[in-house]
Design a protein around this ligand. Structure first.
Ligand code: AMP
Ligand code: TRP
Length: 326
């Protein structure tokens, strides 16, 4: 079980493109981590089945997300980039892990409780979601899991399962740790709540620059006039700005908020300029990858071969400990 740091994370292909919350809260850190540690990143299409009921949309979402991973600069030769459903071993492991977990843990999970509270019918996949996520992590014996703050509880479930398994059957799984960035743990959306597909308050990373500017102009602020002094910390425009700006630029804007004399309209234009300049090369690369679906399919195939090697070894070890499949 001796593993030095192994990084793994996944994103659900539930939308036609990722948003700035995904980028700033998770993906930007994937890139930094991939430069210093062995890393695996996946398109978790099996998880997306809990909500996506349209096969064409799912395929398009998977392509868009794969292109997003590549366009932020992940080097497919250095990292293992793959699609969850290409590794069927993950479902088998999820079953074994489910047998080590009390069902009440799944019933208490935030995401499941929120889905139930919404009044909609909740499918069983939504309840098993943390179990499949634990299997994603433990199948590759990953130890460092970069995610936004909303995923912390899921990683705790994975740790609990690993501990229970190791206790009963002997050490197989290292305990995974969440890596939650201080900056960007919870990126705010246009209305000041957490940026999310489900709140429709997001800025898509690959949206047209004009649309992005329009969305930024629509960010909700209080009604202070240009002359009035403002509190940067309570303003969504500032909160987004600081995620893109240098420390000096951030301090400069904060100072102008506090002094008064800066209107929100002006701050929004500065934010739009900064965001667009930074994402322009990512957008260009994404469009380029999207025009080469066959190249992306080849890369995913290579990634799956690498991932499957590790998955096969873990599963063989797990089966032996459990006494099945012998
Ligand atoms: P999802 O779109 O739910 O699959 O999320 C993919 C990744 O983006 C996860 O690591 C989330 O924690 C992260 N994420 C999603 N929305 C936000 C947000 N508003 N702020 C920070 N991180 C986020
Ligand atoms: N649940 C994660 C999310 O919604 C996605 C995910 C699935 C994941 N499997 C994972 C994240 C494994 C990290 C590691 O964002």
């Amino acid at each position: 079980m001796k593993i030095s740091k192994r990084v793994l994370s996944g994103i659900q292909p539930t939308a036609s493109m990722v948003h700035l919350g995904n980028y700033l809260g998770a993906m930007r850190h994937f890139l930094e981590l991939s430069k210093e540690s062995e890393s695996l990143f996946c398109v978790v299409d099996l998880h997306a089945l809990t909500t996506v009921k349209d096969s064409e949309a799912l395929k398009n979402n998977c392509r868009s997300l794969t292109a997003a991973y590549l366009s932020i600069g992940l080097d497919p030769n250095a990292v293992t980039l793959f699609q969850q459903s290409h590794i069927p071993e993950v479902c088998e492991l999820a079953w074994y892990l489910g047998c080590q977990l009390s069902s009440s843990t799944l019933e208490k999970a935030h995401a499941y409780k929120d889905a139930k509270a919404s009044g909609r019918t909740v499918n069983a996949g939504t309840m098993y979601y943390p179990l499949l996520m634990a299997a994603d992590i433990l199948l590759y014996k990953a130890t460092a899991i970069p995610v936004g703050a909303d995923q912390k509880q899921h990683i705790e479930v994975a740790r609990d399962i690993a501990q229970a398994f190791n206790f009963h059957f002997g050490d197989v799984f290292p305990l995974p740790e969440p890596l939650i960035p201080e900056e960007g743990a919870q990126v705010v959306g246009l209305d000041g709540r957490k940026m999310s597909k489900s709140y429709d308050n997001y800025i898509g990373l690959f949206e047209e620059p004009k649309k992005i500017t329009k969305k930024i102009k629509s960010i909700l602020t209080d009604s202070k006039t240009g002359e009035e002094k403002k509190d940067p910390e309570s303003c969504a425009v500032f909160k987004l700005y600081r995620l893109f700006a240098s420390a000096a630029e951030t301090e400069n804007l904060a100072e102008r908020y506090r002094e008064g004399g800066l209107g929100y309209g002006h701050a929004k234009l500065e934010l739009a300029e900064l965001v667009l300049a930074q994402i322009e090369p990512i957008q260009a690369s994404w469009h380029d990858w999207m025009s080469r679906p066959d190249d992306m399919a080849d890369l995913l195939k290579e990634g799956a071969a690498k991932a499957r090697q590790i998955a096969g070894e873990t599963l063989a070890e797990t089966r032996e400990k459990l006494g099945v499949g012998l």
